[in-house]
Design a protein around this ligand. Structure first.
Ligand code: OSB
Ligand code: MG
Length: 369
């Protein structure tokens, strides 16, 4: 199939509530939606680069530049036969994993539709439902956080992650643990601390946390290897792991005992599966992270999380936790057992709502072969 056309859309979508992390607050979430036309099919991808370079150095604007000036020209007019040969077209483009992952997702969707196979099937998924939790942003007060967590537990989420930052760490974590003594609980620091903060994390060892996510710098696998031996609680790396090679280095250095896999952060689903396979081989549990995706990215996350090594609940919550109106149907609804169902239709298995897609688009460009 010849890749005949690629359309990029920069979207801005209002979240149902502001999402605060150690790097900032997000209320209007940006993303780039890629629509790839080949062989009579249209495949969709979601690039999760945000408005600001807080989680990643990439932004929606830099990703637009990398996509439109380098990645799209590298694949437009080419034959789409399989993912490895597709990726090879832009292998010379350094870095920019979020931009690459958005484009790659659209290629998986086209291939899945052409082969009449679901993305989960193509990746080697083994389950039709995935255990999920909810990632709770920093709230105005500790009391508001406890209340917020209580509401999510009431909705049926069996695993809670709270965001922490200096000044809003131990107190928040202790308060949530005191209010919900048996809930599966974890914290995410998004790189806000230094190795010198080890005593703070040692105090968290009493809270029976599943894991502590990315306490130290994104470029600092080494200092994580100094921190992990000082803690009983497993460290889980997110920002630090940009490839299967990074995952191998982190595991061999003892920098973490768990890895959060986001396909976007590792340049796409193909590399994400490689991280999964390596971790499975080394006995390291993994779980699927989230980037406040629309239902397009959420469908991709659920397919990835259906692989056998994903043994911890993912940050993939119901559609209503993020958006009042989404750009693809049907909405994902939490099952009573704190799972989401993995889409079964060909490719991503969701239907894009063109009206909503248009409504949230702030910029659009079409590239034709
Ligand atoms: O660190 O996991 C993170 C959202 C944006 C950027 C980084 C992170 C997150 C989340 C949200 O934690 C997870 C979700 O999509 O529900
Ligand atoms: Mg994280």
């Amino acid at each position: 199939m010849k890749i005949e056309q690629i359309e990029l859309r920069h979207l801005v979508m209002r979240l149902v509530a502001p999402f605060e992390t150690s790097f900032g607050v997000e209320q209007d979430r940006a993303c780039i939606i890629v629509a790839m036309r080949a062989g009579g099919f249209t495949g969709y991808g979601e690039c999760v680069a945000a408005a600001e370079p807080g989680y990643s150095y990439e932004t929606a604007t830099t990703a637009w530049h990398i996509l439109s000036d380098f990645l799209v020209p590298a694949v437009l007019g080419q034959e789409l036969t399989d993912i490895p040969s597709f990726i090879a077209h832009y292998a010379r483009v350094r870095g920019n994993p979020l931009a690459k992952a958005g484009l790659e997702m659209a290629a998986w969707d086209v291939l899945g539709q052409a082969q009449d196979r679901s993305l989960a099937e193509m990746l080697g998924g083994v389950r039709d439902r995935v255990e999920v939790g909810v990632s709770v942003g920093i709230q105005p007060t500790t009391a508001a956080l406890v209340e917020r967590v209580g509401r999510y537990i009431g909705e049926g989420y069996a695993r809670i992650k709270i965001k922490i930052k200096p000044g809003r760490d131990l107190t928040d974590a202790r308060a949530v643990r005191a209010a919900y003594p048996s809930i599966r609980l974890q914290v995410d620091a998004n790189s806000a601390y230094l190795l010198a903060d080890a005593p703070l994390f040692q105090q968290m060892d009493d809270l029976n946390l599943l894991l502590i996510e990315q306490p130290l710098g994104e470029d600092d696998i080494y200092d994580h290897s100094k921190l992990q031996p000082q803690l009983r609680t497993p460290i889980c790396l997110d920002e630090s792991i940009l490839s299967a090679d990074h995952a191998r280095a982190a595991i061999e250095l003892g920098a973490c005992r768990i890895i959060n896999i986001k396909a976007a952060r590792v340049s796409g689903l193909f590399e994400g599966k490689k991280v999964h396979d390596l971790c499975q081989e080394r006995g390291v549990p993994v779980w699927c992270g989230g980037m406040l995706e629309t239902n397009i990215g959420r469908a991709s996350n659920l397919a990835l999380a259906s692989l056998p090594g994903f043994t911890l609940p993912g940050d993939v919550s119901a559609t209503s936790r993020y958006y009042a109106q989404d750009i693809a149907d049907p909405p994902f609804v939490l099952n009573p057992d704190s799972t989401l169902s993995v889409p079964t239709g060909p490719g991503l298995g969701v239907q894009v709502n063109q009206q909503n897609l248009e409504r949230f688009t702030v910029k659009r460009q079409v590239f034709a072969a």
